[in-house]
Design a binder for this molecule. Structure first.
Ligand code: MLT
Length: 312
């Protein structure tokens, strides 16, 4: 917890607008999840929640900004798996995930999908693999910058297919998807919370989901394991964070509101339509998320190091 002033502030918290900082573009997958839970969290906290998109450097600009924000509970970061990969990708990262934040809790688990512009020839993952291997000089793969989930998945895809593709970075996969639909870029690996609608409507091609199980809202998509790339496994998760000096009493209020939001039927239904699930209550806690974040950092570090990828 904080000092004396912090405890006074904690007693009256919340008493004003709370800003949820999203590290990627409006309309994209992180933004979608944030806006979904912001509404019931705002109702529970009794204060407006304002969503602010702070884009750039694969989500690390926003995280750096929140790490050094006032630790008063009025600036909250929504981030994802990139919290765990950025330390291995950036040598000059302006924050340390475990030291400079308190976790509020995990929020959701989101499968990823391998997708392509609609007029790309391959219709199955097997055909796509052969296609990128034959055409690796020309195939472009979109992502949301180094530190994004799409960048991590794209890296795993290139490793699994033994290819080196041209990466095209956007400030979020919202605008990347727009370009994929428009045919300006060839393929992408992106969260179901962004791609489900366009796969269902046939605006883009979907090849596989990157999780061990199929996704109910996209029943025709095989898993990467079923479709021949068993090593391509990645599940995105989202979490909420506040600056590390934030009093524990304030974190507790945010965690309680998060837990209420995750049992909201509208949130559950809308996430399910987008292939995602809210985490169980026991994971929507600072303790559970801190432990999970720490093990995710340990999981991805050697994989990123072996790939030799760096933002520097
Ligand atoms: C976004 O919100 O744009 C995504 O989460 C980007 C990504 O991590 O691929």
């Amino acid at each position: 917890g904080g000092g004396g002033g912090g405890e006074d502030a904690a007693a009256s918290y919340p008493d004003g607008d709370i800003t949820f900082v999203v590290p990627f573009s409006a309309g994209g997958p992180t933004d979608t999840v944030t806006r979904l839970i912001a509404e019931p969290m705002s109702a529970e906290l009794g204060q407006p929640v304002v969503v602010q998109n702070v884009e750039g450097a694969g989500g690390t600009i926003a995280a750096g900004q929140v790490a050094s924000a006032e630790p008063d509970g009025y600036t909250v970061l929504m981030h994802h798996i990139g919290m765990s990969t950025a330390p291995s990708l950036y040598s000059d990262l302006p924050y340390a995930p475990l030291e400079d934040f308190k976790t509020v809790g995990l929020v959701t688990e989101v499968p990823m999908t391998i997708v392509a512009r609609n007029d790309l020839e391959p219709t199955t993952l097997e055909e796509l693999v052969a296609y990128v291997q034959e055409n690796q000089d020309t195939v472009t793969i979109a992502n949301a910058g180094i530190g994004a989930a799409s960048q991590l998945c794209g890296l795993l895809f290139q490793q699994a297919t033994d290819t080196t593709l041209t990466e095209v970075a956007y400030e979020g996969t919202g605008p990347a998807l727009t370009d994929l639909v428009g045919g300006q870029v060839d393929i992408m690996c992106d969260q179901t919370t962004n791609t489900t609608g366009q796969i269902q409507s046939g605006e883009i091609k979907g090849y596989a989901v990157t999780t061990p199980e199929r996704v109910e809202s996209l029943p025709d998509l095989p898993t990467t394991e079923e479709a021949g790339l068993p090593d391509l496994q990645v599940g995105v998760w989202h979490g909420l964070y506040v600056p590390t000096e934030t009093p524990d009493a304030i974190v507790e209020e945010l965690t309680a509101a998060l837990q209420v939001a995750l049992t909201d039927q509208n949130v559950i239904d809308q996430l399910a339509e987008l292939g995602a699930t809210p985490v169980p209550e026991e994971d929507a806690t600072p303790e559970a998320h801190t432990e999970q974040l720490s093990s995710q950092i340990d999981l991805w570090q050697p994989i990123i190091e072996e790939a030799g990828v760096s933002a520097d």
